[in-house]
Design a protein around this ligand. Sequence first.
Ligand SMILES: Cc1cc2nc3c(=O)[nH]c(=O)nc-3n(C[C@H](O)[C@H](O)[C@H](O)COP(=O)(O)O)c2cc1C
Length: 353
Amino acid sequence: MSLRPQLIQIAKQIKQRLLHVVHQFDDATIPLFASHGRLASLYYCVFSRRFDREHLAVLQGRIRYKQSLRDIGESCVLLRRNIHRLEKGLIMRPRRSVFAEGYIGETVSCFRDCVMAKRLDHEEQKWAHDVLCLYFDVVSATPIVDTQRKAFSAISSSGAQVSSVPYAHDTLPKCPLDYDELLTLFKRRRSVRWYQQKPVEWGKLQQAINAASLAPSACNRQPFKFYAFNHQDKAVDIAACAMGTAGWVNNLPCSVVVVGDLSAYPKERDRHVIYIDGALAAMQFMLACETLSLSTCPINWPDIESREQMMSKKLNLSPYERPIMLISVGYAIKDGGIPFSQKKNADTLLKQH
Ligand SMILES: Cc1cc2nc3c(=O)[nH]c(=O)nc-3n(C[C@H](O)[C@H](O)[C@H](O)COP(=O)(O)O)c2cc1C
């Protein structure tokens, strides 16, 4: 009789015992490691590698941030941030006669680099140009401002119509929706997991992304991309990388991965912003889909190394690009079930202080 099955059984038992001891050690020591920031870092340095990828992504992001200022592509985060800061200065009440002296030199030089690189998105360049024109029109003369005004006039396209600049609130389009109509849209947006075997039109995805792009983002950086797969084989393959699609993944006609870009920041302190900005845009994307007769379901993206590797490979991501969440998209099956999912109400969620 072969000893092999018995040996395998014993090995399994030993492994279980060891895991049990490890978990007991973990439970017993965590209060100590959780008592101080340095000890917590020691814990994640010595006993757990679960933050490795995040640490690596943040550091790689910082390196890439610096490179991106030399190797300018279709968008420039520093330019976007500084132009945003200038716009805030321009709308300040009362507006100061001199502002932005601390970063106007950096902004003009960044704008010059972007113009020379000739790869910046046309609308982004126009926005930066127009805001800089308005800034130099209204700001009072100082040695710093005068130097930068001169530097800017050497690169500005004079005579162009200046339109991408701050405007008054009452020129915004009137809102055609009232509260009840908006509530109906919110009630119609439910997590849908059962879809018709009907492809999702690329044009509709573009429309929904245009709506998503109007979401707020910190300093207007918009540090995310939406990777869409609207051929079923690929959609299923991508969505299967996440854990929460078990049982319904095979009927997905389209899946979207929201990917955050940590190279948008020179400092670690902003590492969470990709998740906030990405989620706000994702919400607008899902609501926009609903108005286009498309249903969606957000899908959790767990930070598990093997899955991260899988997704990175499939999407050809750089180490500083991090999946934030997935979203399934498609035409709902009419009698497909929707969990009731009781929501909390304002009495619970709204606290008056
Ligand atoms: C970040 C996030 C991750 C989610 N992950 C999953 C998931 O992996 N699988 C799933 O079936 N639903 C997932 N959902 C859908 C939630 O279960 C659903 O939003 C919640 O139950 C409320 O239902 P509703 O969206 O219909 O209002 C996720 C939702 C969010 C916001």
